[in-house]
Design a protein around this ligand. Sequence first.
Ligand code: FAD
Length: 391
Amino acid sequence: MNAIKSEILIAGGGIGGLAAALALARKGMRSQVFEKAPEFGEIGYGLQLGPNAHHMLMRLGIAREVEQTAVFPNALIEIDALTDRELTRISTGDVFRKHFGAPYMVVHRRDLHGALLDACRTHAGITLHTSKQLVGFDDRGASVQARFADGSAYSGAVLIGADGLNSCVRDAVMGDGPPRVSGHVTYRGVVPVDEIKDKSHFDDMVIWIGPGLHLVQYRLRGGTVMNNVATIDSPRFAAGHKNDFGGPEELLEMFSHTTPQVQAMLSYIGKDKNWVLCDREPRPDWSRGNATLLGDAAHPTLQYLAQGAVMAMEDAVVLAEKLDAAGADIPAALLAYQEARYLRTARVQLTSRIHGQIMHARGGARDLRNHLMSLRNPENFWEVDWLYRGI
Ligand SMILES: Cc1cc2nc3c(=O)[nH]c(=O)nc-3n(C[C@H](O)[C@H](O)[C@H](O)COP(=O)(O)OP(=O)(O)OC[C@H]3O[C@@H](n4cnc5c(N)ncnc54)[C@H](O)[C@@H]3O)c2cc1C
């Protein structure tokens, strides 16, 4: 039985914040989640969940709910976007499942977030607030007081900053300025599967990779809709246009060198909105006193390993375990949590960057990549063992 008697305050009701509330509740700890938006929600696109995510969903008690709408691809395939040649694949069938003790799933973000939210609503120990934007906090030693934009204030034993990439809590704890802008820009689109012309990879998670670009495709929601994601390294950003880059004309220009099949897939992608990808250097000091960070607030990562949300869920489970075992020394528990998570999340951050460089390689680097990928055995998982085996 843990020694934490008062409530734990969580800023941010995304996947990380709700997972934290749920993990704490399952250990008997009460929490309040403060979301700045008027409603809890997620954007309407896909998420890949490696087997390490499934282990966390089991520990959060929502694996079955998430599985109901998840899709289980047969393989993770990379194809050269300039030649349409398959370069490599990881088979995610029985051998994979047995090896990792869990499946590879792809889910709609809203389905995962919805499962977390439903589970949080069933716990009397979790209070959910919307339209509550955290603007600051005071760590008083024995407690933390969180202040909100509407003038309200709440006190608790701990403040968890699960408030994403531009975290207000991070600003106070670490003060290290805005995240690093990568210059990589993503466009997304989800369309009914009837609209998809080429169905040759319907049962797989496929990435077409090319110089400075890639395009991901996989089905969601029981296979009824197709998630499409195109990413480019913006040439305008590289040329120094730091405030005006990554427009749809750059997307089309970059993809103009890919095969007609790949170019056709751009019609499934919305051109009116894009996401500029950011990350940070790994840092080991995201807990201070009674405040800590979790998920993108602590260790934002590029999406090339598809692990940002998974890391947030791992954080949540580990943080709840450390607080459960805390005794009276909460700052020590938060430091233990940070230590347990630091190098694993740092490895995800840095490997994601490298993986992006490999996917977007040009010239000789592309030739070498294609050769090395052709040597891979689809049922040898050593490259992803450290990640997918989980914690
Ligand atoms: C293109 C792309 C593809 C991706 N694909 C994958 C993938 O396949 N698999 C994967 O695991 N990850 C993926 N990710 C990463 C994943 O989306 C993030 O890592 C994850 O959503 C982080 O969750 P979070 O809860 O930490 O932060 P967020 O999702 O950003 O949630 C933060 C929440 O805090 C709220 N908030 C912000 N400020 C305040 C405040 N001051 N007060 C109160 N509330 C506040 C926000 O409104 C939001 O609800 C991808 C990311 C991108 C960009």
